[in-house]
Design a protein around this ligand. Structure first.
Ligand code: AMP
Length: 393
């Protein structure tokens, strides 16, 4: 168990909170989804109530070490200020003396937000002098950026070398949920994996083989498995360099008594586009020139049965090309079944989270992770480097 803000006296202390306010912002600089902001409110409110002087630090987008006004955190400041019904001061340049002065003038319960920390190239380089400078502005470091906890950056990792470091409530909740499903799951435990990045997903399956009863595979990654067992997949996405590993994983699963269920049928398209001519294919029997874009109705029915009986579910990745509405059907159906399940369900990854949210069933699942990459790393059985910097309780 890692220390949290409950384990340290924050009263009157300068508390540097690394949040992940990397929220989607449209061309009119309006925030499209503020869930990453609202997710940090319990921590911020706790710090206000306990008299901390709060310094908020985040990145937004990929400015790559350059100042980009379109990626300013000002819209985020406005939204947070509204949510808290409280003024928040803003520091443009963390390296300027005026920022230290502003911080020294903070009263208990006051909040100051720093401008996008990735405007400095030292951030992603985890520059030690920069990390030390950030640490010099505060007495305590709080890791609340679960979405960035897998990256060793100055404000997420380097800073923790220099001042006492604890987790915020969001990071605590994320770790508790993943710990619960990975180390103490109720059975049947079902993993649903989709998406395209086979290199990320295969280590997840390998790690889960000792824990789960069933793995349901859909999305682009399924076709490498189907090809590995000798099926024809037409023009579907496959990774030839992973055929051997996919086949080894299928063998290992058999040895361990874990069921890996691949799609039975698929919606194929003549080209990778929303308006392409489509046709249904049984798995392994694709006609030349077609590629798999979504799971088919028989697969949906089969997956539904397995999901219905599950007591624990983890889900990462869409079952089809989620960007195109026409090929979203399988993912949406699976989202509905996962939401209906009364067991523990943990969802991570952009498209699977989007499916749950767009169907309005987010409250019905146990946990929606705020970090795609970080949650994948945990599912792969790895430790998050930034969390490792936090002292044990
Ligand atoms: P990932 O980041 O690994 O979760 O992959 C997400 C991506 O997988 C999305 O952009 C989907 O469009 C893509 N995807 C899902 N199913 C397929 C498919 N059958 N063929 C190609 N891409 C897919």
């Amino acid at each position: 168990m890692k220390k949290t803000i409950r384990d340290i006296d924050v009263s009157n202390k300068r508390v540097f909170v690394r949040v992940d306010y990397n929220v989607p912002i449209n061309n009119e600089l309006k925030i499209v989804d503020d869930s990453r902001i609202t997710a940090t409110l319990p921590t911020i409110n706790y710090l206000i109530e306990h008299g901390a002087k709060i310094i908020l630090c985040s990145h937004l987008g990929r400015p790559e070490g350059q100042i980009d006004p379109k990626l300013s955190l000002r819209p985020v400041l406005a939204r947070l200020s509204k949510l808290l019904d409280k003024p928040i001061s803003f520091a443009e340049d963390v390296l300027d003396d005026s920022t230290s002065e502003m911080i020294n003038n903070l009263q208990s319960g006051d909040i100051l937000m720093l401008e996008n920390i990735r405007f400095y190239k030292q951030e992603e380089a985890n520059n030690d002098a920069f990390a030390k400078k950030l640490a010099s502005l505060a007495d305590i470091f709080v890791l609340e950026a679960f979405g960035t906890a897998h990256r060793k950056h100055a404000s997420t990792y380097g800073i923790a070398k220099y001042i006492p470091a604890v987790c915020g409530f969001l990071v605590e909740q994320e770790l508790n949920m993943f710990n619960k499903v990975l180390n103490n799951p109720e059975h049947p435990f079902v993993a649903i994996l989709g998406g395209a990045k086979l290199a990320d997903k295969l280590p997840v399956i390998e790690n889960l083989l000792d824990k789960v009863d069933t793995v349901l595979i859909g999305g682009g990654m399924a076709y490498t498995f189907i090809k590995a067992i000798g099926g024809s997949v037409g023009m579907s996405m496959i990774d030839n360099s992973k055929l051997e590993l996919a086949s080894q994983i299928l063998d290992k699963a058999k040895e361990k008594g874990v069921r890996i269920i691949l799609p039975i049928d698929n919606i194929g398209a003549k080209e990778f586009s929303e308006n392409a001519e489509t046709k249904k294919f049984s798995s392994g029997f694709f006609a030349d020139g077609y590629q798999g874009m979504d799971i088919g109705p028989k697969t949906i029915k089969c997956f539904k049965k397995v999901i219905k009986k599950a007591k624990t579910i983890v889900w990462n990745g869409p079952l089809g090309v989620y960007e195109y509405e026409r090929f979203r059907h399988g993912t949406d159906k699976i989202a509905k079944y996962v939401a209906k399940n009364k067991g523990v369900s943990v969802i991570g990854g952009g498209d699977s989270v989007a499916a749950i949210q767009s169907l309005g069933v987010a409250k019905k699942v146990s946990h929606i992770s705020t970090g795609g990459g970080a949650s994948l790393m945990l599912l792969q059985g790895k430790k998050l480097p930034c969390v490792e910097m936090i002292e044990d309780r």
